[in-house]
Write a protein that binds this ligand. Structure first.
Ligand code: SF4
Length: 358
């Protein structure tokens, strides 16, 4: 508000009021502060998003905020506490997206699978079931992220029975060392995480698991980092996002004394990326010569207009020779050269809607 020339300030809420603010400002020419106390917000703010620039996958936001307060994360302070979108509004938006031509919906949020924790008689599993049975024409449901503690037996059952929820879960790990997890104030031990993963892998043997890891959290010793390397190896991720710890002003971790040197952090990042790339390749190789279903999203580049790129259900990135009209369709592709980050494939056939519903 103190910057000269700023007319309106809005936060992460009340974005729907933007036009009103603009009109008000045009009339009175006075700066407007539209930021209120986010912690008092307990209701999901509805915002209609009928279309996306990405033509093949649509994000569907199902909740906002988080109650966890991990020591490195500012989100609960900037986004507020967990609040879920009304199920009927989620279903309505899903129907709209399918009618607009989207085959895949990605369920998103801040703490996505915490959906329903603020509701009495409805939960995330029920939402998945309702999306599967009540949204005609929806082909794929992807969960953007799920915490290990949210992989309940009921969620496993739903995934096992589902024909639409894809066999891919992003389960944030952050560290494979119990002492670091404790300092991060994460709500699980590595033993607990591993047990949940083993259970779900048993139910869904083809499941791809991706994750995030923070390297160089304050006080992280060589031994603790080694524990993370070992644990990552044990789990066998199909892809890992590795981040060097960065201080977020206002969080407890930013104030911790024993910050890790940037040089050490970067070395550890490189070591973990190297290891995770090998794992990703090993995962992809299991699909050599197999036929997978891909939704092509775009052409590879302007020099290869017929080379399409998209993701399989289990999140393998596949490029193959096709035609532009296949973009957004479900296409069967044979993996001819498994690799990472790209797998090369050969077009088999486009799945018709009739074939898909069988
Ligand atoms: S890292 Fe995730 S679980 Fe932890 S506070 Fe942030 S949003 Fe919540």
């Amino acid at each position: 508000m103190e910057i000269p020339g700023v007319d309106i300030v809005v936060g992460t809420q009340d974005r729907g009021k933007m036009l009103t603010y603009i009109e008000e400002h045009q009339e009175h020419r006075q700066p407007i502060n539209g930021v209120s106390n986010i912690m008092k917000n307990r209701v999901f703010e509805e915002m209609d998003v009928p279309q996306f620039t990405d033509r093949t996958r649509a994000s569907l936001k199902i909740q906002e905020g988080c109650n966890n307060f991990c020591t490195f994360c500012i989100i609960p302070w900037s986004r507020g506490l967990l609040r879920s979108r009304e199920p009927e509004n989620v279903l309505k938006q899903a129907n709209q997206l399918v009618n607009a031509g989207y085959k895949e919906i990605v369920l998103t949020g801040i703490h996505t699978a915490g959906y329903g924790e603020d509701m009495k008689d409805y939960n995330f599993s029920q939402l998945l079931r309702d999306l599967e049975t009540k949204v005609e024409g929806l082909k794929r449901i992807r969960i953007s992220s799920i915490e290990a503690s949210q992989i309940t037996d009921e969620v496993i059952e739903v995934l096992d029975a589902s024909e639409k929820v894809v066999p891919h879960l992003h389960i944030p790990l952050q560290s494979g060392s119990d002492s670091v997890l404790e300092r991060m104030r994460r709500k699980y031990s590595k033993e607990f995480y591993k047990k949940r993963v083993e259970k779900i892998q048993k139910a869904l043997p083809n499941l791809a698991i991706t994750s995030d890891v923070i390297v160089g959290f304050p006080g992280e010793t060589e031994e603790e980092f080694q524990e993370t390397l070992d644990f990552v190896n044990e789990i066998g991720y199909s892809e890992l996002h590795v981040f060097p710890f960065s201080r977020r002003t206002g969080t407890p971790a930013a104030r911790m004394n024993d910050q890790v040197d940037d040089e050490v952090k970067n070395e550890r990042v490189q070591t973990l990326i190297k290891q995770s790339d090998q794992q990703a390749l090993a995962y992809a190789k299991q699909y050599q010569d197999q036929v997978v279903e891909v939704i092509p999203e775009e052409t590879f580049d302007e020099h290869h207009p017929n080379m399409l790129v998209g993701y399989s259900e289990n999140y393998l990135k596949v490029k193959f020779e096709g035609t532009k009209d296949m973009i957004g369709q479900i296409v069967r592709v044979k993996i001819t050269k498994a690799g990472y980050p790209y797998n090369e494939g050969q077009f088999v056939r486009v799945m018709s809607d009739a074939a898909l519903s069988v």
